[in-house]
Design a protein around this ligand. Structure first.
Ligand code: UD1
Length: 418
């Protein structure tokens, strides 16, 4: 259990540097299974989820080392890979399932536990499976494991029913070593998908169209060892932008790719936040009150589901009523009851949160139920009167925010993790 104490009311001021993208790191580390020899990945955030995926790789027989002092570098040595992934790790972190594509491509066979549900919904893997079947794999589910067999994967065409990030990545990784061409239609366009394609292409893959809704992959017989630096984390960047706005401070968020947070920039401007956007930094300041917003989460380039709870925290203090509709996950409003304990006025209607703005939030003991809910509670607590206690039983914040305590303290927040 982590206890996080936050005394609200201090305007945040100064500069904060964003770390490497968690979601890119998880996919790229899984993809290193495809590469024989040594892979070096830089700018990998020092997070619990990264430690978990490295443990998965070790359980599969790879050597994987992390060095925070050497520019957050992961080194992976890959001779052979086992085909069975461990139950306790895959069920602990859903992204561990992403090893299915690379293992199948390398071994012609993979046995991966079904990840099961999690705090934000049931999270099925049917689209990953559909994609692998399109490449010629035979799939069956037995005793809680997905068993995929292919011998040598052939190229194929898959049209995803929904532009799932994970399914797009699974198919891209598997198709990289398949025989012939593969096409993914209705592919996810998230920057992390593009980052994975850039990593694979640097290693010798032939992938075009990542970042659009049609990705074409010409399979190659072998990939080569590679060194790669991953992109900055757009969700972490957005979280600090919102923390700056709600505390009415002035913060320059550094090491950000403004294009990747474009939908948030537009919404914050609409809410009255002043933003100075430069090549890789965004300065955030709230000159007057917060205007209410209507938001619908969508796949990229729409407004990201991972940003809706942190934005909801800001909108608690808007002058008027905001509506947030969640279209990506079915259960992403668990944080609402906790924000209401801090004096917010939010009602749930189906897949929408109706947020009536209040003039102040007050500190309270609250529970962190998932990673982005944790971010919302931190943002609310930074603006609340008095000291809040966030009980983070499963260390959610450390799953997604590198050095959050020192980054926020560097901006003037009173923030303590025990
Ligand atoms: C990734 C991100 C997560 C982000 C999400 C959406 C990682 C490690 N995580 O998760 O932070 O919130 O994208 O941007 O990159 N779905 C199916 N069948 C499938 C796969 C997905 O129905 O086989 C559904 C999911 O239940 C969900 C929707 O598709 O409702 C989107 O999920 P997806 O894009 O796959 O998210 P993840 O890749 O799991």
């Amino acid at each position: 259990m982590r206890k996080i104490f936050i005394k609200g009311g201090n305007p945040l001021n100064g500069e904060v540097a964003v770390s490497g993208s968690k979601n890119s790191a998880l996919a790229i580390i899984a993809a290193s299974i495809l590469l024989p020899g040594k892979t070096t990945i830089r700018s990998v955030p020092n997070l619990l989820d990264v430690k978990t995926i490295l443990r998965v790789l070790r359980a599969l027989g790879l050597r994987a080392e992390y060095s925070a002092s050497q520019h957050n570098t992961v080194e992976i040595w890959n001779d052979d890979v086992k085909h069975v992934a461990p139950y306790e790790l895959v069920t602990k972190m859903r992204a561990s399932f992403f090893v299915i594509g690379p293992i199948l491509a390398r071994k012609g066979l993979a046995k991966i536990p079904l990840p099961g549900g999690c705090a934000i919904g049931s999270r099925p893997v049917n689209l990953h499976i559909k994609g692998l079947e399109a490449l010629g794999a035979k799939v069956h589910i037995e005793h809680g494991f997905v068993i995929v067999k292919a011998g040598k994967l052939a190229g194929g065409r898959v049209c995803l029913d929904f532009p799932s990030v994970g399914a797009t990545e699974t198919v891209m990784m598997a198709a990289a070593l398949a025989q012939g061409w593969s096409i993914i239609e209705n592919a996810a366009r998230e920057p992390e998908v593009v980052d994975l394609a850039n990593f694979l292409n640097k290693a010798g893959a032939k992938i075009v169209g990542a970042g659009t809704e049609e990705i074409k992959i010409e399979g190659v017989s072998k990939l080569n060892p590679v060194e790669y630096r991953i992109i900055p984390d757009r969700i972490e960047a957005g979280t600090y932008m919102l923390a700056a706005a709600i505390t009415r401070g002035k913060v320059a968020v550094k090491n950000v790719i403004p294009d990747h947070v474009e939908s948030l920039i537009r919404k914050l401007e609409e809410a009255g936040v002043s933003l100075k956007v430069e090549e890789n930094s965004i300065e955030v300041h709230l000159p007057d009150g917060i205007r209410p917003l209507d938001i619908k989460t969508m796949p990229y380039p729409g407004f990201p589901t991972d940003m809706q709870s942190p934005l909801a925290a800001l909108l608690c203090l808007a002058k008027g009523t905001s509506v947030i509709s969640e279209t990506v996950f079915e259960n992403r409003f668990m944080y609402v009851h906790e924000l209401n304990r801090m004096g917010a006025d939010i009602k749930l209607e189906g897949q929408s949160a109706i947020i009536h703005g209040v003039t102040k939030l007050s500190s309270a003991p609250v529970k962190v139920c998932d990673l982005r809910a944790g971010a919302a509670l931190v943002i609310a607590a930074l603006a609340a009167n008095g000291e809040s206690l966030l009980e983070d039983r499963d260390h959610h914040l450390e799953r997604g925010y590198e050095n959050i305590a020192s980054k926020l303290k560097g901006l003037g927040a009173e923030f303590k993790i025990v």
